[in-house]
Design a protein around this ligand. Structure first.
Ligand code: SF4
Length: 369
């Protein structure tokens, strides 16, 4: 019986008029991910994989050499060991993370992927497809189907209501980002966080200068103190970008923030009734000299069913007048409004940094309304 080639899967390969041959080259991995299922199934039960004598054998050898060399570089870039030779004989698991969308927060190591697998992809122990946004689910599922040829696939992330566990630096977010708590003690009616992550949970504090906690200021004082201490030893100025709850900002926190001199602080203004708390926070920040050069931003939630563009514009203008740099956050891409397209266009006028910067400059110069 003729053994099919593991590269092309044919018993009579076009690249070898003599038919198949047991080449001297034995591939590193069987079955390799790039061969079709037909070849894998048709060779089941064979004692050893075979390749065509001419082109397929050469291609196969080049692929394995490239994969092994690539892994070595990837392991170094990721800080995650892959090859036994590099780890004193301990073979570590090779976990590829796949993201349907690349953002500034995406990991940058050699095992992060943002597309379908290439022919050169080395087999993995595990492939994790991580999805942050609902609108990326369809693409994520398509990617998951393709990545199954590389290793066992799991699909998860915030879009799939994953409550999240301990934070692993560099795994799903780029180096520098950190999360020290999950969940939230509040129950804001339009927010998914309490439903997805439950009540506030404190995590191990891992190093990073960009803190993404949902509600850092709701954490106990000793936890916040340890977070501020961690931020002080970072090589870059702190960035608190998760959205701070204005009502929980205290003079004690201001003292730590003055010591830190953060590069940016983002507050959240989700409900119209929170304006008083946002105003009080602005007073504290201004009094401490922290509100300068657009270092304090404010996410402004807009676009729920009873919201209007005029009211949303007023809220964004109000926080800009307080000295914050507003950033409109359109709820669920405007699906609760009557005209999502018009709301998306409106939201851009309060989300584009250049436009918002110009509006803020006008308001501060007293030219605006
Ligand atoms: S909007 Fe903010 S404060 Fe409200 S529940 Fe969500 S995370 Fe908590």
């Amino acid at each position: 019986m003729t053994t099919p080639c593991i590269v092309c899967g044919w018993t009579n390969c076009a690249c070898d008029t003599d038919g198949l041959d047991v080449g001297p080259y034995v591939p590193q991995h069987w079955p390799p991910p790039w061969i079709g299922r037909r070849a894998a199934h048709s060779s089941e039960g064979q004692a050893s994989p075979r390749v065509c004598r001419r082109w397929c054998g050469l291609v196969q050898a080049m692929r394995d050499i490239c994969c092994l060399a690539g892994d070595s570089l990837q392991a170094k870039a990721a800080g995650g060991p892959v090859l036994a030779a590099e780890t004193g004989g301990t073979l570590m698991r090779r976990v590829i993370r796949v993201f349907p969308r690349k953002t500034t927060a995406s990991p940058t190591d050699g095992l992060a992927r943002f597309d379908l697998p290439t022919l050169w992809e080395h087999p993995a122990d595990e492939v994790r497809v991580s999805v942050a946004f609902d609108c990326d689910k369809a693409r994520a599922e398509q990617m998951a189907a393709e990545w199954r040829h590389v290793g066992p696939v799991t699909v998860g992330g915030p879009a799939y209501d994953d409550p999240g566990g301990e934070f692993e630096p560099g795994m799903y977010l780029a180096h520098g980002y950190t999360i020290t708590s999950r969940g939230c003690p509040n129950h804001c009616r339009r927010c998914m966080v309490p439903k997805r992550e439950g009540p506030l949970r404190l995590l191990q504090i891992r190093d990073g200068w960009n803190v993404l906690d949902n509600n850092l200021l709701s954490c106990p004082k000793n936890h916040r103190q340890r977070v501020y201490a961690m931020l002080r030893r970072q090589p870059r100025r702190a960035r608190l970008t998760g959205g701070l709850e204005a009502a929980r900002l205290t003079q004690w926190d201001i003292g730590h923030l003055v010591a830190l001199q953060p590069a940016i602080l983002w507050f959240a203004y989700d409900e119209p009734r929170e304006l008083e708390a946002v105003t009080a926070a602005a007073m504290l920040l201004q009094g401490a000299g922290l509100m300068r050069n657009n270092t304090c931003g404010c996410y402004v939630l807009i676009g729920w069913d009873t919201d209007t563009m005029a009211a949303a514009d007023d809220r964004c203008t109000a926080v800009a007048k307080l000295g914050f740099f507003p950033q409109a956050m359109l709820l669920d891409r405007g699906i609760h409004t009557r005209d999502p397209k018009a709301w998306r266009a409106f939201a851009r006028t309060w989300a584009n940094k250049v436009i918002v910067g110009a509006k803020c400059a006008q308001l501060r110069d007293g030219v605006g309304t």
